[in-house]
Design a binder for this molecule. Structure first.
Ligand code: HEM
Length: 239
């Protein structure tokens, strides 16, 4: 936790808004490489998916170039997400409180967290159940996408696969891609909808108010110095 944009004297002044570190620079670079590659992958994939979207190949230098580049962007996404997975998987492990949070989703959507008597909605750790579901579904989808993608990557793998396998792989690949785009939309919508979240991934910090309102358990752990040792995402003990 730090004072806002630490003053030249490095001192905390009363009245300065309190900010809390949430992501290191490394985690943010890792995140944005993954995010950009997913967007490029979706655009190049849609361009190859249906003739009506073929015009999107212009963004990548034509049809042939799009075909060549699309699988390589997939490789970047895979390794980018692998980096995120290694950083965040422990913090996304499901807990019993997450099931309670899910049951009360309607209250979250209606912004009624503060009225929650058993505090399942307010006392949330670094990630809430919704974020965890996005995390695990993206993990699964990316594995399905890369493996089905390799089956249809003729340039390198054609001699290892049959036509029948390729037919099935194309179908699996397309369905997984559409679901991944939907999950991505949910992720971005939630990041914009919960005000003050985007800055976590741009500046690396959030306000104390945001942390108190949405991830109180995480904030408490920071303040008492009890943040999990496996947290390599940039959270430092709060002052
Ligand atoms: C391009 C638009 C995207 C935006 C605006 C965006 C925004 C954000 C923001 C603001 C956070 C911080 C949330 C918090 O700390 O509470 C976050 C976290 C995260 N994002 Fe994104 N993101 C985007 C794309 C992606 C993509 C494409 C992926 C993966 C394929 C991804 C994976 C993650 C992961 C793993 C986290 C950490 C949260 C967790 O582990 O549950 N993001 N994102």
């Amino acid at each position: 936790m730090s004072s806002r944009d630490v003053a030249p004297t490095d001192q905390v002044h009363p009245g300065d808004p309190v900010t809390v570190d949430r992501y290191t620079k490394g985690a943010r670079i890792n995140h944005w490489i993954t995010a950009i590659s997913l967007v490029l992958l979706a655009l190049s994939g849609l361009a190859l998916f249906h003739p009506s979207l073929y015009f999107l190949t212009d963004l990548f230098g034509g049809g042939q170039m799009t075909r060549t580049i699309h699988p390589w962007i997939g490789v970047v996404l895979f390794f980018g997400f692998l980096g995120l997975f290694i950083r965040f998987w422990r913090l996304n492990l499901w807990q019993r409180s997450d099931t309670v949070w899910m049951r009360k989703l309607r209250d979250v959507l209606a912004d009624r967290e503060e009225e929650d008597k058993d505090q399942a909605l307010t006392e949330v750790g670094k990630y809430n159940a919704g974020q965890k579901m996005v995390f695990w579904s993206m993990s699964l989808l990316i594995i399905v996408l890369i493996s089905s993608g390799m089956v249809i990557w003729d340039q390198y793998f054609s001699q290892y696969t049959s036509v029948e396998q390729k037919r099935i792989a194309v179908l699996v690949h397309s369905v997984a891609a559409i679901v991944a785009i939907c999950v991505w939309i949910v992720h971005v919508y939630a990041a914009i909808w919960v005000r003050g979240t985007i800055r976590a991934m741009t500046r690396g910090t959030v306000t104390g108010g945001w942390a108190w309102k949405h991830h109180r358990k995480w904030l408490r752990e920071l303040v008492t110095g009890g943040a999990p040792k496996n947290d390599k995402t940039g959270a430092t003990p709060a002052r």
